[in-house]
Design a protein around this ligand. Structure first.
Ligand code: ATP
Length: 295
């Protein structure tokens, strides 16, 4: 899946230019001297989140005039539920995330958080209520602790330690020579894909945003990392609304709802067992993946 945080690798490169802490996407735009495509309307109010309900209401989108990418996509993620989006390559999964983070405005329909249209509120308040676990996490040449603290720069060591435990990173960190103070990155330890993703989970836990997006990596992880990530995601989804862009369907068998996207349309929606019983798109994707795993 296309990275929604495409500037992140570049960000690692320009990071040395930065003196202060950086935790939000506005800083990224400023840093990259890139204008966001959308602008706040004059005196846009801040988003006020009480429950953390996310709703896509007949959302339509096209990048160019000649091709519809999302066609009347509607779904509701109730507070503290886990909703997964699956679909073959090019179905429009990343586009849904880009619209949620308001990298673009919709071409039609609305995206609502707690009944407020996200196009009418300030972007900084929107992004403050969204946490993201991206496919590929950028780590800086600092300690693991400082890398996690990017989730909320003012967090205490105790809060970082708690996030480490909740992200199931404590066992790994205990095995390191200097624990959470071990340096990572070019001059230090190299983390595996699964460990990096758990650092991103710890960051998201620390940020404590009401809605968390988990953009699952396409590459498979070793089974212990995968287990730890699944456990962490399950724990987080008890207290947060969680949107998962899934590639490995085994990740989402316990989701409250699964949305199947095909060529920009929602073609099926339901729980894992119901979708299997329906013998439609999802059942087909599941069978293909089972065969692949067995091979
Ligand atoms: P994958 O799993 O392969 O990442 P996806 O379901 O996330 O796919 P999207 O990345 O949302 O799919 O892309 C949906 C469609 O939009 C694709 O046909 C893609 O080529 C097109 N698309 C994506 N980004 C752009 C863009 N910036 N400009 C024009 N078309 C785009």
């Amino acid at each position: 899946m296309m990275q929604i945080f495409m500037p992140l690798n570049f960000l690692g490169f320009v990071y040395r230019e930065m003196k202060g802490s950086m935790a939000n996407i506005e800083a990224m735009f400023a840093l990259l001297r890139q204008q966001p495509r959308v602008r706040d309307r004059d005196s846009a109010p801040d988003l006020k989140v009480s429950k953390g309900e996310l709703r896509f209401d007949q959302v339509r989108f096209n990048y160019t005039d000649d091709r519809a990418i999302l066609r009347d996509v509607s779904f509701t993620l109730p507070p503290r539920h886990k909703l997964a989006i699956v679909g073959s390559s090019g179905a429009g999964k990343s586009t849904i995330l880009k619209l949620l983070f308001r990298f673009y405005d919709t071409s039609g329909g609305r995206i609502l958080i707690d009944d407020q249209d996200i196009s009418q509120v300030s972007q900084h308040s929107l992004r403050a209520c969204l946490g993201i676990v991206p496919q590929d996490t950028v780590l800086f040449n600092q300690s693991i602790r400082d890398n996690i603290r990017y989730g909320r720069p003012a967090a205490t060591d105790g809060e970082v330690d708690k996030a480490i435990r909740m992200a199931h990173l404590d066992g790994f960190i205990a095995s390191l020579p200097k624990g959470a103070d071990t340096l990572v990155g070019e001059r230090g330890l190299k983390l595996s894909g699964g460990e990096k993703q758990r650092v991103a989970i710890a960051r998201a836990i620390l940020k404590d945003a009401p809605i968390i997006v988990f953009d699952e990596a396409t590459s498979s992880l070793d089974s212990s990392s995968e287990r730890a990530i699944l456990d962490a995601i399950r724990d987080i989804s008890r207290n947060h609304s969680m949107l998962v862009i899934a590639h490995r369907l085994s990740t989402i068998v316990d989701a409250d709802a699964i949305l199947v996207l095909d060529e920009g349309r929602v073609v099926e929606q339901g729980r894992h067992e119901d979708l299997l019983a329906a013998r439609g798109h999802y059942a087909h994707l599941w069978a293909v993946q089972q065969r692949h795993d067995n091979d």
